[in-house]
Design a binder for this molecule. Structure first.
Ligand SMILES: Nc1ncnc2c1ncn2[C@@H]1O[C@H](COP(=O)(O)OP(=O)(O)O)[C@@H](O)[C@H]1O
Ligand SMILES: [Mg+2]
Length: 407
């Protein structure tokens, strides 16, 4: 469980210095909600922002050097903001549940003397229990792979050197790997483990209908992968775990997909699972391979929203691609409803669609603009003049955006 209340990114491509939500280092903003839509003209950094989340995920699953090279990032020199001599830096302000104290994670990636990217600095901080203000204690602090960490759920070191709890000296053997990955693998560093589990559960969705049409070998998968190519495997998993619940989910989803009257899981003799889509007016069902891009996409999104033990943070890029515009408002409403208000799921969506944005409120929409130097800045739609007033008077966000009141 958990969500991010804010994020700051520095020197990551066009994101030379952006801030969204509330941070430890800057408490002026509103905390991010469970639904965050990011809009803005092409080239303003929406995909770069999605990729920043993907980059952090890749740093966890591999190492920072591999992450710089992965996903067409082209290596550190291409990735770092042009004309910047500063390292890549992330700050994540995280809260596990309503009653917990926020945790700040800072990560700095720079180049070593051989020009290889490495983890220059990593720090986790949290305030003492019962204290609302003041400086938090560091419970992990590594510079060039050397520093300290605190076991358990309390303790840490203040900036003046005061120590609460049991401080352990740490030295990493590989400075391309994140300290939170090494230490989070050990039970005794329970706070680090919990934060790492949160980061590990992030999911970036780049769903492509063609991938979903591929015939997969039988293997139940708990979660959809980035492209959605394991759609049937996820269906197989959900069916195996709880057939009656899965049928209920399908019954619910089929009401959301136009012209589909029924979706049924069919088990083939080899154990593979296929989905039959019954379409209005036809006597025979269609298999997923024959379904339209839009139907498959909608189906995958709704399946994603019904995941059991959902991923904590889901980032979807441009869900509108291949979808009829009238379906988008409903999709946005369902997404909003699904993430709710608690700490179970947070959804980030980039979009160009006013129809999607129409379902949202000024606090849920962020605009990426460009500053005079060509770098991105993030601004909450609520911060534009008149937007909140016009919404209070009954206007819709997408209409205001389309009419250029903001964005
Ligand atoms: N290292 C870099 N420094 C500064 N800008 C960069 C760097 N790498 C790419 N860019 C710029 O970042 C932008 C990327 O935009 P992108 O995130 O794809 O936008 P969107 O998804 O909003 O269309 C492009 O305009 C590109 O020129
Ligand atoms: Mg893009």
């Amino acid at each position: 469980m958990g969500k991010i209340l804010g994020i700051a990114v520095q020197n990551y491509g066009t994101l030379k210095s952006i801030k969204m939500g509330k941070l430890f280092s800057d408490q002026t903003g509103n905390e991010l909600g469970n639904m965050v839509a990011i809009i803005g003209p092409s080239g303003n950094g929406k995909s770069t922002l999605a990729d920043a989340f993907g980059f952090i995920s890749d740093c966890i699953s591999t190492d920072v050097e591999s992450a710089c090279d992965a996903n067409n990032r082209g290596g550190y020199d291409q990735l770092v903001s042009q004309n910047s001599n500063e390292p890549i830096h992330f700050e994540i302000y995280y809260k596990e549940n309503q009653n917990s104290r926020p945790i700040t994670y800072e990560l700095t990636i720079a180049k070593d003397k051989y020009n290889r990217p490495y983890v220059k600095e990593e720090r986790l901080r949290q305030r003492r229990p019962g204290i609302k203000r003041g400086w938090p204690l560091s419970f992990l602090y590594l510079i060039d792979g050397k520093g300290y960490a605190f076991e358990g759920v309390e303790g840490g070191q203040a900036d003046d050197g005061t120590i609460d709890g049991d401080r352990k000296t740490v030295e990493l053997s590989d400075t391309r790997k994140l300290g939170i990955v090494t230490l989070g693998a050990m039970k005794q560093y329970s706070r680090i483990e919990m934060f790492l589990d949160f980061l590990k559960s992030w999911y970036l969705c780049y769903f492509t209908p063609d991938a979903a049409r591929q015939i997969q070998t039988a293997a139940p998968n708990q979660y959809l992968n980035r492209t959605g190519s394991n759609l049937n495997n996820v269906a197989q998993y959900m069916y195996r775990e709880n057939p009656s619940e899965f049928k209920k989910i399908l019954a619910e989803i089929q009401t959301k997909i136009p012209n589909i009257t029924k979706i049924e899981p069919i088990r083939l003799q080899n154990g593979q699972m296929v989905l039959e889509f019954w379409q209005k007016g036809f006597e025979q069902p269609f298999f997923s391979q024959r379904m339209s891009d839009g139907t498959l996409k909608l189906f995958a999104y709704y399946l994603l929203l019904h995941e059991k033990n959902p991923r904590q943070l889901v980032f979807v890029e441009e869900p509108e691609n291949g979808l009829y515009h009238q379906y988008l408002a409903n999709l946005a409403i369902e997404m909003k409803k699904n993430v709710g208000k608690g700490f179970s799921k947070q959804l980030f969506v980039t979009t160009h669609s006013p129809f999607f944005v129409n379902a949202l409120s000024p606090n849920q929409v962020w605009v990426l603009e460009k500053d005079i130097n060509g770098f991105s800045i993030a601004k909450q739609a609520a911060a534009y003049d008149f937007v909140k007033d016009l919404i209070d008077e009954g206007a819709s966000m997408g209409d205001l955006w389309y009419s250029r009141y903001f964005g």
